[in-house]
Write a protein that binds this ligand. Sequence first.
Ligand code: SAM
Length: 248
Amino acid sequence: MLAHKKHSKEPGDSPAMIQSRRRFLDQGFYDMVSDGINEVVGGNLHELEDGTAFSILDAGCGEGFYLKRLKEYLIGRSGGRIPLDCYGVDISKFAVGKAAQRDKTISWAVANIVDLPFESGSLDIVMNVFALADFNEFSRILRETGKLVIVTPGPRHLNGLREIIYPVSREHTHSEMSEEAKGLFTLSTAKRVNYPLELKRNEEIMDLLAMTPYFWNIDLNTKSKVEALNRLELEVDVVISEFDKTKQ
Ligand SMILES: C[S@@+](CC[C@H](N)C(=O)[O-])C[C@H]1O[C@@H](n2cnc3c(N)ncnc32)[C@H](O)[C@@H]1O
C-alpha cells in the first residue's frame, strides 16, 4: 500500500473497532453467517486441471474471522486433497496485523480494494463480506470461471438495535445487484441467513455497535441509551450472493 495512495494517515478500521470485532466474532454470534459462506464457496471447490491451487481472496477481510473458518472448512471438505491458496486484504493495517495472528498459513496484505495486488484472471473466488466492493477490480482479477461471493445486510439485519437508534425503524433496502455490477457479473444464487440473537452483556452490545456504521452516525444521547443496555434481542439477517463472471 503506497503512501501516495492513502487518503488518510491510518485508513480503514481503527484498532478499537478491530478489537471489538474480534471479541464479538470469537463468541460465535456470527458463526451461522460464516457457515453459510462456507457452504456457498465449498460448492465451487474443485481440483484445477493444471494442478495449481484453488485460490480465494477475501477482499476487506477485517481481522480474518471468515477466511480462517473458510480455509478450515474447505480442508475438511476435501480431506486436504485439494491444494488451497488463501489471501486476505484490508486497507487497515491493524486489521491485517490481527488477521495474521489468527492464521500464519494464509497470506495477508494491506491493500486497497480499488487496486488489488493480483494478476488479471488469476483467482477462483473473490469474497467480500460487509465491505466496500469494486466490481471492475473483482472482475479483472477473477478467472473466467471464477465466482464472486458478496455478503450484504438483509432487510431485517440488526432490527432490535436499529429500533433503538432510529425511532421509526426502517428496513434495510436490499437490491439483488448494484448498477456497477451489471454487465460484469450475473447473479447465480442468493442465500439468506436469518436468525434471532440475544446479547446478555453490555460489553457484547457495545462491541456490536462499534462494528456497525451506526457507531459513527448516532448522537451522544442515543449512544448513552445503548450504553445503558444489559440485554438486547435482535435479528441477524444477511444475504450471501454468488455471481458468475459475465462472458465479455
Ligand atoms: C465492516 S468491516 C468488515 C470486515 C470483515 N469482512 C468482517 O465482516 O468481519 C469493513 C472492512 O473494510 C475495510 N476497508 C474499508 N475501505 C477499504 C478499502 N478501500 N480497501 C480495503 N479494505 C477496506 C475496513 O478496514 C474494514 O476492515
